[in-house]
Design a protein around this ligand. Structure first.
Ligand SMILES: Cc1cc2nc3c(=O)[nH]c(=O)nc-3n(C[C@H](O)[C@H](O)[C@H](O)COP(=O)(O)OP(=O)(O)OC[C@H]3O[C@@H](n4cnc5c(N)ncnc54)[C@H](O)[C@@H]3O)c2cc1C
Length: 394
């Protein structure tokens, strides 16, 4: 799978790749006798869409449909579509959905929550789901409409553990222009900048990327004009937060997303430790970034979906990187990630399970921090819907 966005997945010696059509998927899961878990590849952006010794269900070739229904203000998208393609297609109909910071992720973005720069007014991508179609891990096909049914609630945030989703319908919004401001600031200014963002109107959001010893790159997105900002037509034209990594060579890595409430003051207390750890990064590709949510995302009750951290206002994510094949630097980078996580955990106690890590020791811990007291209910559902454990363990 050399064409994958995620180099670690692309370099894996997979047991095999299957690209079933909708009619074959049920039979395949019912009779699966190969290595478990079966991995699913949608956008191919995470380290667990393909792995050494495991099989991947590559949904990209067989599920690439995108159909806009203007009368219903909705779009049906197949599980092989990237969010960038979806946003471009919708923009041609003057519509949009709450996309994220990059067009590369696929349906995994929506199914695991989907936090974007418009989240404070338009909510999470998962809150836009109207219908989900797919096959449970058991092989039983399903079509579910938006409801408070417990299977629906579980799919919205925990789908990768329960089912292979083949198609979803999402509610759209009219496409509106956005105003973009971006720049660099001293890392020491971060808490103050975050405090301002926490008080800003919901039509504004701040995202930042710390990839340097002392400087932080920031990107502000507003739905109202301002003098210094550049107008774009919508999220499909959003500039990159991080820019391209300038280092050479092929890199592998892991990412963990955290979730925490408004706490700019608490961030100022951890800044000295964060700054020290940033200076000790084992590799220049090791970074800390964050995006803002809240507002509309907090107006959905925690029990409505498996994205339970509805009080979250910041999603910091930690990226650990190392040169492909360098086991020593891999170990150091992952240890650095865990150190940073330990510093942030008191102020960002939740986990955004956008990337799965069932190959790492902290998988069980992140499951608990992602789903909290809903985990047992999800495990009960998994026992019924994926009884043979075809999909990743919960
Ligand atoms: C450059 C970049 C920018 C990002 N920006 C944001 C952002 O702004 N906001 C945000 O919330 N996240 C963001 N993410 C995280 C991203 O949304 C998640 O990692 C997401 O899970 C990726 O989905 P995918 O389909 O591309 O990945 P894949 O690697 O193909 O799949 C990811 C996981 O989801 C599962 N999965 C995928 N499709 C299906 C399906 N159809 N049925 C069942 N399970 C499925 C797979 O089992 C896999 O474990 C970003 C990631 C990258 C690489």
């Amino acid at each position: 799978m050399a064409d994958l966005f995620n180099h670690q997945a692309a370099d894996a010696s997979v047991a095999g790749v299957l690209s079933p059509g909708p009619e074959d998927l049920s039979k395949l899961l019912r009779g699966w006798g190969g290595e478990k878990p079966l991995l699913v590849c949608g956008g191919g952006t995470t380290s667990r869409c393909a792995a050494t010794g495991l099989w991947t269900l590559d949904l990209r070739p067989g599920f690439d449909a995108k159909t806009v229904d203007p009368a219903m203000s909705s779009i049906r998208i197949g599980a092989g579509c990237r969010m960038g393609e979806v946003l471009d297609h919708l923009a041609s109909h003057r519509l949009t959905v709450p996309g994220g910071l990059s067009g590369w992720p696929g349906l995994g973005y929506v199914l695991t929550g989907g936090i974007g720069p418009l989240a404070r007014t338009q909510g999470l991508a998962v809150d836009r789901l109207l219908q989900i179609r797919g096959v449970w891990g058991s092989g039983d096909p399903f079509v579910l409409e938006r409801s408070d049914d417990r299977c629906w609630r579980a799919l919205c945030g925990a789908a990768p553990f329960l089912a292979v989703v083949t198609e979803v319908s999402l509610a759209t919004s009219p496409l509106c222009p956005l105003w973009i401001d971006q720049g660099l600031m001293p890392a020491a200014d971060l808490p103050q900048r975050m405090a301002l963002a926490e008080r800003a109107p919901e039509a504004e959001s701040l995202q930042w990327h710390w990839a340097d010893d002392e400087q932080v790159r920031w990107l502000a997105v507003a739905q109202q004009p301002s003098s210094s900002a550049v107008r774009i037509e919508g999220l499909h034209q959003l500039p990159s937060l991080a820019g391209a990594f300038s280092g050479s060579g092929r890199l592998h890595g892991e990412v963990i997303g955290l979730l925490g409430p408004a706490a700019a003051t608490a961030w100022s207390e951890v800044m000295p430790t964060l700054t020290r750890l940033m200076r000790l990064r084992p590799h220049p590709g090791c970074t800390l970034s964050a995006q803002q949510l809240g507002g509309a995302t907090a107006r959905v009750p925690p029990q409505a979906t498996a994205f339970v951290h509805r009080d979250a206002v910041w999603k910091p994510w930690i990226t650990a990187m190392w040169p492909a094949g360098d086991a020593i630097l891999r170990k150091r980078s992952l240890a650095w990630l865990e150190q940073l996580w330990a510093v942030l955990e008191p102020i960002c106690p939740g986990v955004h399970l956008a990337q799965l890590h069932h190959h790492l020791l902290w998988h069980r811990r992140e499951l608990r921090l992602a789903f909290g007291d809903r985990l047992e209910e999800l495990r009960d559902l998994k026992a019924r819907l994926d009884p043979n454990g075809n999909l990743p363990a919960l």
